[in-house]
Design a protein around this ligand. Structure first.
Ligand code: B12
Length: 232
């Protein structure tokens, strides 16, 4: 198969949410054919640059999935199937990315705040940002504020994503931002917030840098932060 056909098929199978050849897609005609895992291995063996696999297949595939979700054509299980297929491709590419020394676009940490254990949305955001070429540290769930500040300081985190799904835990986001200020590192990190409990207004209220309704908005928010640094 020509390299561009492999790329095209990876993208199509991400849209279809087909992780491997045993998976059923949304359209039946792909059933029984190679899925994202088999195709990604094939792409690596064919010598396609992993960065191209990400930028020409995985990221645009997930962008289409996001658009289909926004318009109501796809539901959460469809988005999750695609996100998992994208994650599986990223796992295969990870060692090759390290080998090829693909420059990371930036260092991101994503975390669900203290007393909150919801992580499905956070995990999708992590996968999407990895797909977009960021070095992403998933700090987990129910993470104390002090630990988040410590991680920001010790790992050189440039972009911090906070997730909260409960009205009782969203206040932890303000706590994190205040603690970053107290530790003298607030100006070193851009803070994005997301999750069902929060909003654009809340982001402004607590002095976060952006509210993101989903992982795709996180990708554009980071890209905007980077542009504003370049243009001063
Ligand atoms: C699944 C679920 C659970 C699961 C979580 C499993 C898991 N591993 O995550 C379980 C059963 C454990 C659970 C427990 C509880 N839950 Co619950 N849960 C949900 C539910 C149904 C879906 C959440 C979800 O996964 N959505 C799908 C994902 C894909 O969407 P998402 O999380 O919103 O994430 C997207 C965006 O928000 C955004 N995003 C999210 N975070 C971030 C972060 C950044 C940085 C960025 C950029 C973007 C971003 O991007 C994501 C991808 O698009 C919601 C209802 C709802 N509609 O939200 C209730 C809900 C959040 N839960 C609720 C409650 C009350 C609870 C419990 C307190 C119930 C109880 N009495 O025990 C406990 C609390 C546990 C705790 N301490 O956290 C309430 C919260 C009410 C409130 N306003 O406070 C909700 C809204 C249900 C309801 N209507 O009552 N829950």
């Amino acid at each position: 198969m020509a390299n561009e056909d492999i790329i095209k098929q990876i993208k199509e199978n991400i849209i279809q949410g087909r992780r491997n050849e045993e998976d059923e897609g949304i359209e039946e005609e792909l059933n029984g054919t190679p899925g994202v895992e088999e195709l990604t291995r094939q792409a690596v063996e064919a010598g396609i640059n992993p960065k191209e696999i990400i930028s020409l297949a995985i990221t645009p595939g997930m962008e289409i999935v996001g658009a289909k979700y926004d318009t109501g054509e796809y539901f959460i299980p469809d988005m999750l199937a695609s996100a998992q297929a994208a994650g599986a491709a990223m796992e295969i590419l990870k060692p090759h990315l390290e080998k090829a020394k693909v420059a990371s676009n930036g260092i991101v940490a994503i975390v669900t705040v203290k007393d909150d254990i919801h992580d499905i949305g956070k995990n999708i955001v992590v996968i999407l940002l990895k797909g977009a070429g960021y070095e992403v540290h998933d700090l987990g769930i129910d993470v104390p504020t002090e630990k988040i500040v410590e991680e920001v300081k010790s790992r050189g985190i440039e972009y911090l994503g906070l997730s909260a799904l409960l009205t009782s835990t969203m206040t932890r986001m303000k706590e994190v931002i205040d603690a970053l200020k107290e530790a003298g590192v607030r100006d070193k990190v851009k803070v994005m917030i997301g999750g069902a409990a929060v909003s654009e207004d809340y982001a402004k209220e607590i002095d976060a840098d952006a509210y993101c309704a989903d992982g795709f908005q996180a990708i554009s928010a980071i890209s905007d932060f980077r542009k504003s640094v370049k243009t001063g």
